[in-house]
Design a protein around this ligand. Structure first.
Ligand code: SF4
Length: 271
């Protein structure tokens, strides 16, 4: 197997559909089908989401807000950026000394390296808060977010590989919290604390998944055909030609299939 690293996205794909994991990460197939309708509008939303992440990152490294505001030049970006600026808890973060925007952490996981890129890790008095910005059009349920690979990987990896951010002392799970902040639902963040028992369960699960991926001989199609409606690989699997209409989708489906931002996708902004 040529794959060396695993991430929350690849693990989530594996859990959702082993075939999708194979097509995307082992065969490295580019997207042959439109993921969802209306395609252009969704693509624009996706790009705006990426751009919003860049604006926040520039804010966190100290670029004056007035300068950034000029770059929020679509109605979505303007609204998200205004919502962000109105969150004093978020804008106040800039004054912390332990601020790590776009931090990358990694640790061995079985025969792989587990890699995660965080929107922000903020450290104050030995406590770490993981922030993740979301530009979803609908607010997913907390139960769904809590079970996502992202929530599990990000907290577990910070315990496992975050000592260098904390004077060489590993964080205890109880010292970690993860916050999803929704740019369109600024007053409804999702907060997830952490415990040693959860950490143990998460790391065991991740290790088991890595072993399973390492030794997998086949990659079955998911039985849950709903997952295929927005999947770009539908034509490979003969699971439908027409893309699903994302306006009809539940919040969780929309969040699952669209609008998640990977840093690898984000380009630079010229200031
Ligand atoms: S179309 Fe369905 S079975 Fe095929 S990769 Fe996508 S989710 Fe899996």
């Amino acid at each position: 197997m040529q794959l060396n690293t695993l991430s929350q996205s690849s693990l989530q794909d594996y859990v959702d559909c082993a075939r999708r994991f194979k097509l995307r990460y082992l065969d490295r197939l580019s997207y042959p089908a439109i993921e969802s309708e209306p395609a252009l509008e969704n693509e624009k939303h996706q790009q705006e989401g990426e751009y919003f992440h860049r604006l926040v990152q520039q804010h966190l490294i100290g670029i004056p807000s007035e300068q950034i505001t000029k770059l929020a030049n679509t109605s979505n970006l303007q609204r998200w950026w205004e919502n962000f600026l109105n969150e004093k808890d978020l804008t106040g973060l800039r004054s912390l000394s332990g601020l790590y925007p776009e931090a990358t952490l990694s640790a061995p996981l079985g025969k792989f390296r587990l890699l995660a890129k965080y929107d922000l890790i903020a450290i104050e008095n030995g406590k770490a808060t993981i922030y993740d910005w979301k530009t979803y059009r609908k607010r997913p349920r907390n139960e769904w977010l809590s079970a996502r690979m992202q929530t599990r990987v990000y907290r577990a990896l910070l315990v496992n590989a975050g000592a260098h951010l904390n004077n060489k002392r590993s964080f205890q799970p109880e010292e970690i919290e993860m916050i999803y902040w929704f740019a369109d639902f600024p007053n409804e963040p999702a907060r997830f604390s952490y415990t040693s028992a959860q950490y143990k369960r998460d790391w065991d699960t991740l290790t088991k998944l890595a072993d399973e991926i390492q030794t997998a001989l086949d990659y079955p199609l998911t039985d849950d055909r709903q997952k295929c409606a927005y999947c770009p690989y539908r034509s490979y699997c003969e699971r439908g030609i027409r893309a699903g209409d994302i306006d009809q989708a539940e919040a969780e489906t929309e969040a699952e299939e669209l609008f998640d931002v990977n840093f690898e996708q984000i380009g630079e902004i010229a200031f």
